[in-house]
Design a protein around this ligand. Structure first.
Ligand SMILES: NC(=O)c1ccc[n+]([C@@H]2O[C@H](COP(=O)([O-])OP(=O)(O)OC[C@H]3O[C@@H](n4cnc5c(N)ncnc54)[C@H](OP(=O)(O)O)[C@@H]3O)[C@@H](O)[C@H]2O)c1
Length: 169
């Protein structure tokens, strides 16, 4: 389906991934970047492996300075991914951007979600994985410009992963 969408619209397939704590919060406790189980983290890295671009918001960068690398599963050999950061107020430090470029990411800073998707589509990105915080995620969900959503819900014994598909063509 990602190829069909890209070839007919020029836009990449957009997969959203969001994780919620037992009390329904997306924000990890102070000093932590995640609250998901090892199984859920493994799943998240498999989603990253699938993606040609990771898209996030400046709030996530400023709070976590995330790696966004595929570490828990073997990555595709010589895979180069885009890291797209929506940052209208240009708050993301240059040092972080340079670090990501040094790690092999191609970095796209954008002020507009749709413009970013169009640009990534032109760069032959078929799949974009959104790993954003609650602010940008809410905006994207309301825009209806996304194709599938994996919702990781942390439970006492075992995380539950829900899947929503909205792609129509
Ligand atoms: N649980 C999870 O799945 C998960 C995933 C990622 C992050 N997080 C957590 O989320 C927290 C950060 O939350 P956050 O909400 O500040 O991060 P965010 O949603 O990633 O970033 C928000 C920023 O994105 C920018 N932005 C650009 N275009 C936007 C648009 N159309 N709509 C909304 N925002 C847009 C805004 O800054 P400008 O106005 O400057 O553009 C906004 O302040 C961190 O604690 C992180 O750990 C959780």
């Amino acid at each position: 389906m990602p190829f069909k969408k890209w070839i007919t619209t020029g836009l990449p397939w957009v997969t959203l991934k969001s994780a919620y704590s037992v009390d329904g919060n997306m924000i990890p406790p102070s000093g932590k970047k995640t609250f998901s189980s090892n199984e859920s983290l493994l799943f998240a890295h498999k989603l990253r492996k699938r993606a040609d671009a990771i898209l996030t918001g400046s709030g996530t960068i400023l709070k976590d300075f995330p790696e966004f690398t595929v570490r828990l599963v073997p990555d595709h050999i010589n895979k180069i991914r885009w890291l797209c950061i929506l940052d209208r107020r240009q708050r993301v430090p240059t040092e972080y951007i340079e670090q990501k470029k040094a790690q092999g990411f191609k970095v796209l800073l954008s002020k507009d979600y749709i413009d970013a998707l169009r640009y990534l589509g032109k760069q032959d990105c078929l799949e974009v994985l959104v790993e954003a915080g609650p602010t940008l995620l809410k905006w994207i969900l309301e825009s209806n410009i996304w194709d599938e959503h994996y919702i990781i819900k942390v439970k006492e014994n075992q995380d539950v992963i829900e899947h929503a598909l909205r792609y129509t063509l």
